[in-house]
Design a protein around this ligand. Structure first.
Ligand code: DGT
Ligand code: CA
Ligand code: CA
Ligand code: ZN
Length: 573
């Protein structure tokens, strides 16, 4: 009920602002904010304490309290219905478009009868917006850009682009006085590939202080709502952050709750109920007494479950596996020894082999494979057989230098070899034999039929010299769909030919994704976790690959670049 009331109040505020009514829009918007942040349902408040109860809510006076009561009793609000007749458009959709405020939405409706994003798209195609007063060419372009973003973007952001910011906020808030602990929960803690918002959980006995600190962060644009122990902020990058403050004795239960995912939580609660217990965000209760609540481990143990790592909490079969003590020992963070896909200034990277190797070493790795693109690729000047030989000589020289300096680091010669449309490779066998590792990838003919695409890739997998298939599905999050592919057939072929599948962990690739990783390792296929680094900074993405591999139930031995270089090279031969 609170969400519905808030939405209506926000729309009233929007329409009134378009009508140039003073003060009132702000009052409605503030009331909407307050209601969204309430810990209690307005319906319940009204049922128990009537109008007087509603008037107790901050920012709600007589008039607004009556409005809420009217909506609760009749399921509609007369003032809203009347106002809506003056602007019968999809406010939620139009106001989400960057550059469109109440006044512009009103003009667009009155002059061009634009009611939604689809109408707007048509009007732009006919070049009608630019000619309107108060709009112009530039404004039309801006609206077009806002629309494009809306249609290609799911509103979810790849984890890798948000993680540094989330950690920064976590750091800053943990330094606020009175704060004992701050931890990021939600989809970020589960290492989901894309995230909807940042969920922050804090222990403090002075909730107000940390909420004030959140509002004052330079990353924060404005506060959307706040209550006694929770607040919600819009960040400048266009994402929301939810903050919840709890007491220490509820921390485990709160962390378990806010880590999710939602369906996992629902199942866990059902298990508690079957045992005559009650689990909520404040604790695990037996007859009103909190029996396990300070750590998540205690809660899972009290429910007869092995501890379930956040990455596994997805309501697949992790709970039954935890009951039967059959959860895998997941690959630990920091256990990768090498990166098997990196690009240099020999093709589309900007840095030398030496610079990339140094950065990899600083990131804690023991080896990298240099995988510049090969010749048929139009976009980057790909290497041919002769250039690969030349590059191999540079790699040999650098390795000799490392050895002389007694540095335990090795550069492997490799390449990102194009799979041609017919499934053959664009580098000849004699040159392939000279490489330490042979990796192949699709970079053309994305639109083949499912059958043709699958056959083409399997042909490459069956090539006797191939070791790894890079970014197997080709998808780019929010930008490009995966190509049509029978992934099960690809996994079978990889298993039969002992070819590893890559988990390319560049943030908008994450390819293979978690569920496919699980399918692959179930068939005995090995995984290579690579950053696809084009820049020294990119090695930091390795942890994203580990997170996704853990979501795919991978153990250390499922991942070939956890191995020492000798073991890797003998596997490749
Ligand atoms: P996101 O933000 O879409 O990437 O995904 P989450 O999982 O972070 O979802 P969010 O931010 O809506 O909620 C954070 C956590 O709060 C969620 O993982 C589990 C918990 N939660 C939210 N709604 C419910 C609910 O209706 N029931 C239960 N049991 N838990 C919920
Ligand atoms: Ca979230
Ligand atoms: Ca949230
Ligand atoms: Zn590539």
């Amino acid at each position: 009920m609170n969400e519905q009331v808030a939405k209506i109040f926000n729309e009233i505020a929007f329409i009134l602002e378009g009508l140039n009514v003073p003060f009132k829009p702000r009052a409605y918007a503030k009331a909407a904010e307050t209601i969204l942040a309430l810990d209690k349902n307005v319906e319940e408040i009204y049922r128990i304490d009537g109008l007087a109860g509603l008037k107790q809510i901050p920012n709600i006076g007589q008039n607004l309290a009556e409005h809420i009561a009217e909506y609760i009793k009749t399921d509609r609000l007369q003032e809203y219905e009347t106002l809506k007749k003056t602007l019968p458009v999809n406010i939620e959709e139009l106001s989400a478009i960057e550059g469109l405020g109440p006044k512009k939405v009103k003009i667009l409706y009155e002059k061009l009868k634009i009611k939604n994003a689809a109408d707007l798209t048509k009007a732009i195609a006919a070049h009608k917006i630019a000619k309107l007063e108060h709009f112009g060419e530039q404004s039309e372009k801006n609206i077009q850009r806002g629309l494009n973003f809306l249609s290609t973007n799911t509103g979810r952001i790849p984890l890798g682009y948000i993680l540094p910011l989330a950690r920064e906020i976590e750091q800053k808030l943990s330094r606020v006085s009175g704060v004992k602990k701050v931890i990021i929960a939600g989809s970020i803690r589960r290492w989901q590939e894309t995230i909807g918002d940042i969920d922050i959980l804090a222990i403090s006995d002075q909730p107000k202080k940390i909420m004030v600190a959140l509002a004052a962060l330079p990353e924060v644009q404005n506060i959307l709502s706040h209550g006694q122990t929770r607040s919600s902020a819009r960040l400048k990058i266009g994402l929301d952050a939810d903050l919840r403050v709890v007491a220490p004795q509820s921390f485990g239960a709160a962390l378990q709750y806010f880590t999710g995912d939602k369906n996992h939580n629902i199942k866990i609660r059902e298990i508690a109920i079957k045992k005559g217990l009650k689990l909520n965000e404040y604790g695990l209760w037996r007859k009103g007494k909190n029996i396990a609540c300070e750590t998540e481990e205690e809660i899972y143990a009290a429910l007869g479950l092995d501890y379930i790592e956040p990455e596994l909490r997805a309501d697949s079969d992790e709970i039954s596996a935890a009951q039967k003590h059959q959860l895998p020992k997941l690959i630990p963070y920091g256990s990768l020894q090498g990166d098997l896909q990196t690009q240099t200034n020999w093709s589309d990277g900007e840095y030398s082999i030496e610079a990339m190797a140094r950065a990899a070493r600083e990131a804690g790795l023991k080896y990298i494979a240099i995988t510049d693109h090969t010749k048929t690729l139009g976009i980057a000047q790909g290497l041919n057989e002769k250039q690969l030989v030349k590059q191999g000589q540079e790699i040999d020289a650098l390795n000799a230098k490392l050895k002389k300096a007694k540095i335990n680091f090795q550069i492997l010669s490799s390449a990102e070899i194009n799979i041609k449309k017919d499934g053959t490779l664009d580098i000849d066998d004699a040159a392939l034999k000279k490489l330490d590792i042979v990796s192949v990838a699709v970079h053309s003919a994305f639109r083949l039929s499912k059958d043709e695409q699958t056959k083409r890739i399997i042909r490459a997998i069956e090539h006797p010299l191939v070791n790894i298939l890079f970014h197997p599905t080709g998808r780019l999050i929010n930008r490009r769909e995966p190509y049509e592919l029978d992934l099960e057939a690809i996994i079978k072929a990889a298993a039969a030919n002992r070819v590893a599948l890559e988990l390319d962990c560049f943030p908008d690739r994450m390819d293979l994704k978690d569920t496919y990783v699980r399918q692959a390792i179930a068939q005995g296929v090995k995984i290579a976790i690579d950053t696809d680094a084009h820049h020294p900074e990119h090695f930091k993405f390795l942890e994203l690959g580990v997170g996704t591999a853990r979501r795919g139930w991978a153990t250390k031995n499922d991942v070939i670049n956890t191995w020492p270089v000798e073991k890797l090279l003998s596997w490749a031969k």
